[in-house]
Design a binder for this molecule. Structure first.
Ligand code: AMP
Length: 214
C-alpha cells in the first residue's frame, strides 16, 4: 500500500507516519528527513539545499524528484511507502504520477490532515526529537515519561530542527498554502482525497487514519 500524507508543517505527518510504519509495515519517505541527512553529511546536494531550507522556502523540484525516485527503487519500499512532505508542488505531483506509472506502482490513498495555522506555530516551536532513534516529542503536548530520557530507546540526547522557529514557520506555512495546498485540487479531481481532522489528539488522529487505511 502506497499513500500520501498531506498537511501543513506541524500537522502531524511525521508522528503519524511513524505509527503507520509500525502498524502497517510500510516505510516513511520524508523528503525533509532525507534533505536534513544530506545537509548533515555535507554532501553537494545538502550544500545546495541548506540555505533554502533555513529560509523556509522550497528546494528545487528537479532535485527532489530525482531524490525520491531513487529512494522508491530501494528494497524496503517494496511493501509500500508513506510519502511525507512530497509532493509539495504541482510539477512534483505530475512527476510523481509519471514516475509511478513507469515503475508500475500506484498511490492508494491521498490523506489530507486538516489543521489550524496558528496552532501549528505552537506545535512546531515546541517540538524536538531523540537524537538516537528519531522519536518525536513536544515541550507541552508530548513529554517523555521521564524528563530528559527517550521513552523508546532510553537516549538522553535530543535535537531541534534549525527551521522550527516562529519566523521560519510562517514562511513554511505560506509556502504550503501557495504551492502545496493547490495539489489537493489535483488529487480531488481524481477522486483520491480523504480528509481527516488533524486537530484531534495524536491517538484520535491515528484512529481516523486506521479507519481509512484498514
Ligand atoms: P519538512 O521536514 O517536510 O517540513 O521539510 C523541511 C524543508 O525541506 C522544507 O521547508 C523545504 O525547504 C524542504 N523540502 C522538504 N520536502 C520538500 C519538497 N517535496 N519540495 C521542496 N522542498 C522540500
Amino acid at each position: 500500500m502506497n499513500l500520501i500524507l498531506m498537511g501543513p508543517p506541524g500537522a502531524g505527518k511525521g508522528t503519524q507516519s511513524q505509527r503507520i510504519e509500525k502498524s502497517h509495515g510500510i516505510v516513511q519517505l520524508s523528503t525533509g528527513d532525507m534533505l536534513r541527512a544530506e545537509v548533515a553529511s555535507g554532501s553537494d546536494l545538502g550544500k545546495e539545499a541548506k540555505d533554502v531550507m533555513e529560509s523556509g522556502g522550497l528546494v528545487s523540484d528537479e532535485l527532489i524528484i530525482a531524490m525520491i525516485s531513487s529512494r522508491i527503487d530501494q528494497d524496503d519500499c517494496k511493501k509500500g511507502f508513506i510519502l511525507d512532505g512530497f509532493p509539495r508542488t504541482t510539477p512534483q505531483a505530475e512527476a510523481l504520477d509519471a514516475m509511478l506509472t513507469e515503475k508500475g506502482l500506484m498511490i492508494e490513498h491521498v490523506i489530507e490532515m486538516k489543521v489550524d495555522d496558528e496552532a501549528m506555530i505552537k506545535r512546531i516551536t515546541g517540538r524536538y526529537t531523540c537524537a538516537e532513534c528519531g522519536a518525536g516529542y513536544h515541550d507541552e503536548f508530548q513529554k517523555p515519561e521521564k524528563e530528559g530520557v527517550c521513552d523508546q530507546c532510553g537516549g538522553t540526547e535530543f535535537t531541534r530542527r534549525a527551521d522550527d522557529n516562529a519566523e521560519t514557520v510562517r514562511g513554511r506555512l505560506q509556502a504550503y498554502h501557495e504551492q502545496t495546498a493547490p495539489i489537493l485540487s489535483y488529487y480531488k479531481e481524481k477522486g483520491a482525497v480523504k480528509s481527516i481532522e488533524g486537530m484531534a489528539s495524536i491517538d484520535e488522529v491515528t484512529e481516523q487514519l486506521n479507519a481509512v487505511l484498514g
